[in-house]
Design a protein around this ligand. Structure first.
Ligand code: SAH
Length: 234
């Protein structure tokens, strides 16, 4: 059972009042009471033990001990961009990308995209990111960007570090360019695939078109395969 709770940071030692969903989870769901200890994290890599001092309807008073920087982030800051899969598959992708330590997720709007998430959906996904962080002990929240047109993404983000674009007829994925870099970028297209013009835009920006094997993968499978390869490569 998770005894980790998210507070909007920055965490510091001293008294703290927890309210809203996290307070509800602590008191009503986990039934943690006065005198018990929990761990707080602030989404910016700080975490701290804390003791429950008082419990009231809708709020919990804690004493926070000295925060420390935790070491749960991968060595590489990966920007993962993908067209948005339908239905629950998007939430699943967000949950798993969070667990894998993706730094930033960008929902892509491509020529053949069918799903563009609205504000409500993105807010729900931010809640999913908090839950997945608690579960996986990640202390930095994955940043979820607003949906971005491929052209904008290619101009603004593809050049930020070594970049790869998943494409079934690309070259076999090569980890070498990603090993020593601090930042990396990976992109996955919609179920209908990237158009030739979109692929050309990517190669003009020096992104590598990479294959992930002979099968045609779903968006979320391709995205998580790339994320796992890159975030665990050192
Ligand atoms: N209908 C498309 C496939 C779309 S699959 C086609 O035949 O090209 C959705 C996305 O997942 C693709 O745009 C690509 O980015 C990625 N993808 C799926 N299978 C892949 C594979 N074997 N290698 C690399 N990327 C793949």
């Amino acid at each position: 059972m998770s005894r980790r709770f998210f507070v909007r940071g920055p965490l510091k030692a001293g008294p703290l009042r927890l309210v809203g969903g996290e307070a509800h989870h602590l008191v009503r769901v986990l039934r943690i009471g006065v005198g018990q200890s929990v761990v707080l994290f602030d989404g910016h890599e700080l975490e701290a033990p804390a003791d429950v001092m008082d419990v009231a309807p809708g709020s919990v008073d804690l004493t926070v001990h000295e925060p420390r920087k935790s070491q749960t982030e991968p060595a590489v800051e990966l920007v993962l961009a993908a067209a948005v899969p339908k239905g629950d598959r998007f939430a699943w992708l967000i949950e798993k990308a969070t667990e894998l330590g993706v730094r930033r997720f960008v929902p892509l709007v491509t020529e053949r995209s069918v799903v563009v998430p609205g504000a409500g959906k993105l807010e729900k996904m931010r809640r999913t990111i908090i839950e997945a962080s608690k579960q996986s002990r990640r202390t930095r929240l994955m940043d979820l960007a607003e949906p971005l047109e491929w052209k904008e993404f290619a101009a603004r983000e593809l050049t930020a570090g070594p970049a790869c674009v998943a494409h079934p007829s690309g070259a076999p994925f090569d980890i070498a360019p990603f090993r020593a870099e601090v930042r990396a970028v990976a992109a996955v297209g919609p179920e209908g695939g990237f158009t030739d013009a979109e692929l050309e835009l990517a190669t003009r920006r020096s992104a590598a078109l990479v294959s992930l094997g002979p099968g045609i993968l779903r968006i979320e499978t391709a995205a998580l395969a790339l994320a796992a390869l890159i975030t665990t490569c050192r």
